[in-house]
Design a protein around this ligand. Structure first.
Ligand code: SAM
Length: 344
């Protein structure tokens, strides 16, 4: 007898705060948790390249006081959004409903730049531009959801055909995505308030000593930027900078991600990390093998060579079930991820 499917229940991805926005190079929450859960409660944990705030948020679940720093304004907005969620959903709902009313009532809508104009359905972009007028007055959580909904809508307008490597590809005809409705759904989906014991700074980590006192941090835990692949100002970020009127080139020039200066810049950060860490404190850097000009560089060895820390250990693991694994299969490479631990 033929097999007949009688019923198909809809499936949902688990509710996670980190799905708020597709930030590039996010560390897996479970990987972060494995390490954070082993730190003594009450410890002060700094992530000097906090990105979308995975470590900052997950650390709170384990009673840690977390500090995040990033020089990309989108990263800071997302991190702040995750740690500043109001306790009452009604408050968020009212805020968003009010924003939609005000956006709809605008008689003049700001003109969008050419790049977003080429990517969105006209009607979806009109809703985004209307709402962007009120960006500065949004609460942190709604701001983060606003950015996430822009990314989602951009992908939707292009028929959901963008993959992580084809973001920005022009797919015609554009599909209308109701932006306001998507925002309403997003604020509901990621509404996972957590007791806040974090501070997030918009700063260049080479200047860390401007914001963090010497000998004040118990742990530093981070997945640092690398020199060969990810541009944190590209993809969805580029669309958002254009909508909010941020200068992409200026932001990019402050980020460590160029091969030429990488060693020198990272050395500056490591020296600052050494300064702010308490004696006996530890730095945990999630790094990995990188292929440069056909040669595989061991991330841990690379970092060890520029580190001011004398005491260190390295743990290594293979990728499994990640996009890195897929990358390796396609490129016939076999890279590993290393965790470097330095002790002051
Ligand atoms: C691998 S990502 C971190 C991702 C993060 N763990 C997460 O889960 O979202 C590296 C981050 O370093 C930031 N970055 C690059 N140069 C920086 C600098 N000079 N100061 C502070 N942050 C910087 C980038 O903006 C990016 O967010």
């Amino acid at each position: 007898m033929d097999f007949i499917i009688k019923e198909l229940k809809s499936v949902n991805n688990p509710r996670s705060i980190h799905g708020i926005y597709p930030y590039r190079g996010k560390i897996a929450a479970l990987d972060a948790e494995q390490i954070l859960s082993q730190m003594p409660k009450g410890s002060i944990v700094l992530d000097p390249f906090c990105g979308s705030g995975t470590i900052v948020y997950e650390g709170l679940k384990y009673g840690l006081h977390t500090i995040g720093v990033d020089a990309n304004p989108i990263a800071v907005t997302l991190s702040n959004g995750k740690i500043h969620i109001p306790l009452s959903f009604q408050e968020v709902k009212d805020e968003v409903d009010n924003l939609i009313n005000k956006a709809n009532a605008l008689s003049e809508v700001p003109t969008a730049a050419d790049y977003p104009t080429s990517l969105f359905h006209e009607k979806s972009l009109d809703e985004i531009m209307r709402m962007s007028v009120f960006y500065d007055e949004m609460s942190d959580y709604v701001k983060a959801c606003f950015l996430g909904t822009i990314a989602l809508t951009a992908r939707g307008c292009n028929d959901y055909k963008w993959t992580s490597s084809t973001v920005g590809k022009n797919i015609e005809p554009k599909r209308y995505i109701p932006f306001y409705e998507k925002l309403q759904l997003k604020v509901k989906k990621h509404f996972l308030p957590i007791a806040n014991d974090s501070t997030v700074y918009y700063e260049d980590s080479r200047n860390l000593d401007k914001i963090i006192k010497p000998n004040s941090v118990d742990f530093i835990f981070s997945s640092p930027p690398y020199f060969d692949c990810l541009d944190y100002t590209a993809y969805y970020a580029r669309i958002i900078y254009d909508i909010l009127g941020y200068e992409r080139i200026q932001i990019r020039s402050r980020l460590i991600q160029n091969f030429e200066n990488y060693k020198e810049d990272m050395k500056k950060v490591l020296d600052k990390l050494h300064k702010v860490l308490k004696p006996g404190g530890q730095v945990i850097f999630v790094v990995g093998d990188k292929k440069i000009h056909g040669k595989v560089i061991n991330g841990a060895e690379y970092f060890q060579a520029i580190s001011p820390f004398k005491r260190y250990s390295i743990m290594e693991r293979s990728y499994s079930g990640t996009s890195s694994k897929v990358f390796d299969a396609i490129n016939k490479t076999e890279r590993k991820e290393q965790i470097v631990i330095w002790t002051k």
